[in-house]
Design a protein around this ligand. Structure first.
Ligand code: PEP
Ligand code: MN
Length: 264
């Protein structure tokens, strides 16, 4: 079902008028984690003012260590939904377990599967019937074929609204947090009709590399970007402040991107 042979035309996912896929460029922006109502409200205002269409933010965070901040949980879903509604943005949030799919689907417009859960097959099966579009992140050691097979689990359950996301893979290079695999964008688009979104934030782990790699992703044909932005990155509650853009950098990036593709 994910293959271009089965479905030659690009899939376009229309969420309340925001079209993901085809010629338009979608920008999802926001903090790594939802921290407080004030934080997410202010960031939502800035994302909207810059022309982004989707507010990102994690309420449930998949942390490498069990003692790190794990996210504010269900309350974060409500905070985000309110901010999205107030500022006229769609919302995307990560869901980590099948048990939380329903509550996340109740509050968010798009559900995100994180890199560590790409092959959580019970979660993927549950997302096949969740009634919401899904952004499926590539596992940091997964091949294109494994990513497409993971997407197939969701599609096979009856949910045809799946986006693929390149977020960087693990290589021998340690200067960057991950290696953003730009080739994934045209390769996945040739193998599949599903929209391809690039995540230059996790793909590099370094703020100064987000702008060039965002532009490179769009030049390579990405249908959208998911970018971390924070009003106070140095005091953010996850370690991802180092890769989060300041609001003025996010704004400048979107101004530049508009020259490359329409932000509709
Ligand atoms: C995130 O989007 O904040 C995140 C945890 O992403 P990934 O699963 O790609 O590491
Ligand atoms: Mn993050």
């Amino acid at each position: 079902l994910a293959s271009r042979d089965f479905h030659p035309e690009d899939t376009i996912i229309d969420i309340r008028g925001v079209k993901i896929g085809g010629e338009n460029l979608v920008v999802m922006g926001g903090p790594c984690a939802v921290e407080s109502p004030e934080q997410i409200d202010e960031i939502a205002r800035l994302v909207k003012a810059s022309g982004g269409q989707v507010l990102r933010g994690g309420a449930f965070k998949p942390r490498t260590g069990p003692y790190s901040f794990q996210g504010v949980g269900v309350e974060g879903l409500t905070m985000m939904a309110e901010a999205g509604k107030k500022h006229g943005l769609l919302t995307i949030t990560e869901v980590m377990t099948p048990e939380y799919v329903d509550i996340c689907a109740e509050h968010a417009d798009i559900l995100q599967v994180g890199t560590r859960n790409m092959q959580n097959f019970d979660l993927l099966r549950k997302l096949g019937t969740c009634g919401r579009p899904v952004l499926l992140k590539r596992g940091f050691s997964a091949t294109y074929d494994e990513l497409l097979n993971a997407a197939e689990y969701i599609l096979a359950g009856g949910n045809r609204d799946v986006m693929l996301c390149e977020r960087g893979i693990r290589t021998f290079e340690t200067y960057t947090r991950n290696t953003l695999d730009l080739s994934a964008i045209p390769v996945l688009q040739s193998l599949s009709h599903l929209p391809v979104i690039s995540d230059p934030s996790h793909g590099t782990g370094r703020r100064e590399l987000v702008e060039p790699m965002a532009k490179a992703s769009v030049a390579a044909g990405a249908n959208g970007l998911i970018i971390e932005m924070h009003t106070d990155p140095d005091n953010s509650m996850t370690g991802d402040g180092v890769q989060s853009l300041f609001p003025d950098q996010f704004d400048k990036l979107l101004r530049d991107l508009e020259k490359l593709a329409p932000l509709v």
